[in-house]
Ligand binder design. Structure first.
Ligand code: OOB
Length: 539
């Protein structure tokens, strides 16, 4: 194993000492947290998924079985494990098992394919990859075979369901458990939305993440009575911790999981389980609202709907409040750390028109100009942040870290924001080279690199284009080498390489030359204006 810790940047000792002395970091691990909840709420319902209903005691027993099983396979402290499971109860048994033995999950999205998964395995030298046999019409065992062939570190593929040539999660021997990890250790890796050629891994510690859960659970007033519906991918930071499933476990409540976010599926679930809170990305909101009006569903238990992950327009926000008769909470967060919430007793103006304020009084917010100079309150600038649950560096990314963090440890979010007099943030735009496709983030550079490798492509630039439903979609401007090259060919090429479907450009425009900026760089601003104009003419 390479020197793992050398690749993660810890908080400076003085800041860590301050966060401990202020009681933010309390020295508790996830495993200890689950044990504590079993003691307090053993028989209460922790997880509901399909026919599965686990109490806190059941969840801990499942995690214990898997922890011993993983140990028997030789998976141990600091080993990286790529976890790619759909929303199901076993997701939590798996991650608590990994937390118990100090192994480090990497939370892949169900949509990731060969290129992404093999990159995670190679970059983090993962020893195991955990999947479901099939989900959403896709066979993850075939994907695992492809990934295994190119990932020398990968020793185990563990499968929920029918294992095929691999090892079944339900069929593990029991090995001795290692010493538990320390709370200051890295607990897992989140994935960065990314704006570079390769995705970045975000190391989060037990201490920092549990602090963000506790803060989130307090802000969201969670209690053992809370019932959270998890419809976004369970491993994504929003659904996991804002307050997400882990915040609900923190409070002793119940998590109801669904891989399907469509109203026909979730509305009966909301009624049957008396769901009190859920988290959505903006494109789901009109779908739920339209269906709520026509389906006559009983949504009376639903007290709070959180919306975040992408820009949410204030007309739709007002419609949500009016039509669902519940509290709207806007959430502006990032897997790197900082999460902002509007509060339940905030004025309509704040809830409808801002993206909230940070969890912690010690979240430092700086809004700066292009030269890193602080701007007066109310002006739009780059958001920099530092605090008790925001990382100081990506995993194994020294060069990128030098650009993504200031010398004094502030994370450059890439978001353009303004701060209101009350200290609330309004997201005005983005400086990073990313497309936010209804909450799914696409790094332009990552997909550009792949397209450039196609022999028919001379040059390419990918930009966001407006979309009424998703907010943004992606448009690739391509300079061809060969005039016979067609868009369908490029899409098929990307699909064959094996990337998540949401990264495949929604539109490809062939162009003879790129517009340039004053200093001779490709002007993505002009490209965005060009496609916007073109869409206007077409509509
Ligand atoms: C969440 O996390 P990520 O890591 O997938 O994406 C973070 C980025 C932010 O930097 C920002 O560009 C965008 O997503 N974003 C929003 C937003 N919430 C996130 N842009 C506008 N309005 C919002 N409300 O997306 C995430 C993590 C935790 C909680 C919520 C969202």
């Amino acid at each position: 194993m390479s020197d793992f810790l050398a690749h993660c940047t810890p908080w400076p000792e003085a800041m860590a000492a301050e966060y401990r002395s202020k009681g933010y970091w309390r020295g508790q691990t996830f495993s200890a947290l689950l044990d504590e909840r079993v003691e307090q709420y053993g028989e209460r319902l922790a997880v509901v998924s399909g026919q599965t209903r686990w109490s806190y005691r059941d969840l801990a027993a499942e995690a214990d079985y898997l922890a011993k099983g993983f140990s028997a396979l030789g998976i141990g402290p600091k080993d990286r494990v790529v976890v790619q499971l759909p929303n199901c109860a076993e997701f939590f048994a798996v991650i608590f098992a990994l937390f118990r033995i100090g192994a480090l999950p990497i939370f892949a999205l169900p949509a990731h394919r060969k290129l992404e998964i093999s990159y995670f395995c190679q970059h983090a030298e993962a020893v195991a990859y955990i999947i479901a046999d099939q989900h959403g019409g896709f066979d993850y065992r075939n994907l695992a075979s492809e990934v295994k062939a190119v990932s020398p570190s990968l020793q185990h593929v563990l499968v929920l369901g029918d294992a095929g040539p691999f090892t079944a999660l339900h069929d593990l021997a029991a090995g001795p458990l290692p010493e538990p990890p320390k709370a200051s250790d890295v607990a897992f890796f989140q994935l960065s939305g990314g704006s570079t050629g390769t995705p970045k891994l975000i190391p989060r510690t037990h201490d920092d993440y549990i602090y963000s859960l506790r803060g989130s659970a307090e802000i969201c007033q969670l209690s053992p009575e809370s019932v959270y519906l998890c419809v976004l991918p369970a491993g994504h930071n929003f659904a996991l911790s804002s307050p997400g499933s882990l915040g609900v476990f923190y409070a002793g409540g119940t998590v109801v999981l669904s891989s399907n976010s469509s109203p026909d599926h979730v509305f009966p679930l909301i009624a049957a389980e008396r769901v009190s809170i859920s988290a959505l990305v903006p494109p789901l909101v009109p779908i739920w609202l339209d269906a709520a009006a026509s389906l006559q569903a009983d949504l009376s238990s639903l007290k709070v709907v959180q919306v975040g992950g992408a820009r949410f327009n204030s007309e739709m926000a007002a419609r949500l409040v009016r039509e669902l008769d519940c509290t709207l909470q806007q959430v502006f967060g990032m897997a790197e750390g900082l999460v902002n919430y509007t509060r339940y007793n905030d004025s309509d103006a704040l809830v409808l028109h801002t993206q909230g304020r940070p969890i912690s009084p010690d979240d430092e917010i700086c809004v700066v100009d292009d030269e890193d100079q602080p701007l007066p309150i109310g002006e739009v600038g780059h958001l920099l942040t530092r605090g008790p649950y925001t990382i100081h560096g990506y995993y194994r990314a020294a060069e990128h870290n030098a650009r993504s963090f200031t010398a004094d440890g502030f994370y450059r979010t890439g978001d353009l924001v303004r701060q209101t007099a009350e200290g609330y943030l309004v997201v005005e735009g983005r400086a990073k080279d990313q497309i936010n496709r209804g909450g799914e983030k696409i790094s332009a550079e990552e997909v550009e690199h792949l397209l450039l490798a196609h022999q028919g492509v001379a040059d390419v630039a990918i930009v966001a284009m407006p979309d009424a439903f998703l907010g943004e979609k992606s448009c690739a401007f391509v300079i061809r080498r060969d005039a016979s090259l067609r868009a369908v060919e490029l899409n098929a090429y990307l699909r064959k390489l094996g990337i998540a479907a949401y990264k495949i450009p929604d539109r490809i425009e062939f162009i003879d030359a790129f517009p340039k900026t004053g200093v001779g760089k490709v002007s993505k601003k002009i490209l965005r204006q060009m496609i916007e104009q073109q869409l206007l003419v077409l509509s």
